[in-house]
Design a binder for this molecule. Structure first.
Ligand SMILES: NC(=O)c1ccc[n+]([C@@H]2O[C@H](COP(=O)([O-])OP(=O)(O)OC[C@H]3O[C@@H](n4cnc5c(N)ncnc54)[C@H](OP(=O)(O)O)[C@@H]3O)[C@@H](O)[C@H]2O)c1
Length: 308
């Protein structure tokens, strides 16, 4: 079977297609034929060597942390009835044609939901629900979402709008601002323009997916709650803001059981139309490097997936 392997730390060019032995499910595992693999911003950061010790990553390794597909085989002790089931799962080494997954980590793809949408929600949907639940957004509050047209950001825009908030989407460039508006932002602001935060004025709640300078400027105008889950533009936002509860990346780290429960909720929400993942671009597995290039160049809209 084919996998994508990072043969070193570096730019997207370190991602190469390689042949690997077909994995064999052992007791309590299943073999999944992958149809879509989730590409998250973290994959691009890890590829450069960032936080490699914390994540225990050393090249050569197969990137990726989430798949959707169909069960082809079951290991010992796993019910045969799973064979043929459409599932999604958070699993390391996801840029591959096949992966083995522990049966407890599987999420069934509900009837009526496309496997790509399921793959798109494995991280973004789970994180969106996790950080959104914590913030307890109230109707009428002003909610600022930065990196609003990213895979996670656009779901936060949708959730805040559905909770009755006035949503301000902040992102770079017209296409992204238009996307934020389409998904419920009442205001859309380009944070590459000087004075963007003054233009926003203030926000009761901020979901910061951008970090760096953008995050720091957003924190200064926050009144009640600041979620510092994003570091796309260089480091998680930090700083003191009197009267503001600041929550960091730890709130987006879930036990496998919590992640399964949140993923099930996200997939049900997608079936019910409460969360609509925006799959802006897909790439064949062999073009994983192009997917990483798009994320690094800020050229991706919404979610990016590899299709197998
Ligand atoms: N997805 C998850 O489950 C999850 C979990 C935990 C943490 N996070 C973090 O949350 C943040 C947003 O996640 P996401 O899934 O929405 O990411 P994404 O789809 O990859 O989008 C990242 C966004 O960051 C913005 N950005 C700002 N400065 C950037 C820069 N220098 N280089 C590249 N992009 C830059 C880009 O929008 P503009 O071009 O509009 O600025 C882009 O849309 C990321 O930092 C991610 O690591 C995500």
């Amino acid at each position: 079977m084919r996998v994508v392997r990072a043969v070193g730390f570096g730019g997207p060019e370190v991602l190469e297609v390689a042949e690997a032995p077909e994995p064999v499910p052992v007791a309590g595992e299943v073999l999944v034929e992958v149809s879509a693999a989730d590409v998250i911003f973290l994959d691009t950061q890890l590829r450069t060597g960032w936080a490699s010790e914390a994540f225990g990553i050393e090249p050569p390794y197969v990137p990726g942390f989430g798949v959707a597909g169909r069960i082809a085989q079951v290991g010992e002790g796993v019910e045969e009835a799973w064979v043929g089931a459409e599932v999604a799962a958070r699993v390391p080494g996801a840029y591959a044609e096949q992966v083995v997954v522990k049966v407890g980590d599987l999420v069934k793809v509900p009837e009526g939901l496309d496997k790509k949408a399921a793959a798109a929600l494995l991280h973004d949907g789970v994180t969106a629900l996790g950080v959104f639940d914590n913030a307890q957004v109230k109707p009428g509050e002003r909610v600022l979402v930065t990196a609003a047209a990213g895979g996670l950001g656009i779901l936060l825009v949708q959730l805040a709008r559905a909770a009755g908030a006035t949503v301000i989407g902040a992102a770079r460039g017209k296409k992204k601002l238009d996307l934020a508006r389409e998904h419920g932002a009442a205001e859309a602001v380009d944070y590459t323009e000087p004075g963007w935060a003054e233009q926003v004025g203030s926000a009761d709640v901020v979901f910061d997916g951008a970090g760096g300078e953008i995050g720091r400027a957003a924190l200064k105008i926050t009144k009640r709650w600041f979620s510092a889950h994003g570091a796309a533009s260089g480091g998680f936002a930090e700083g003191d803001a009197p009267g503001v509860t600041v929550r960091g990346i730890e709130q987006a780290q879930f036990t496998p059981e919590q992640a399964v429960r949140l993923a099930e909720r996200a997939l049900e929400d997608a079936v019910a139309g409460r969360m609509n993942p925006v799959i802006g671009q897909t790439f064949p597995l062999a073009e994983a490097a192009k997917a990483h290039e798009a994320l690094g160049a800020r050229a991706a809209l919404g979610k990016t997936l590899l299709v197998v």
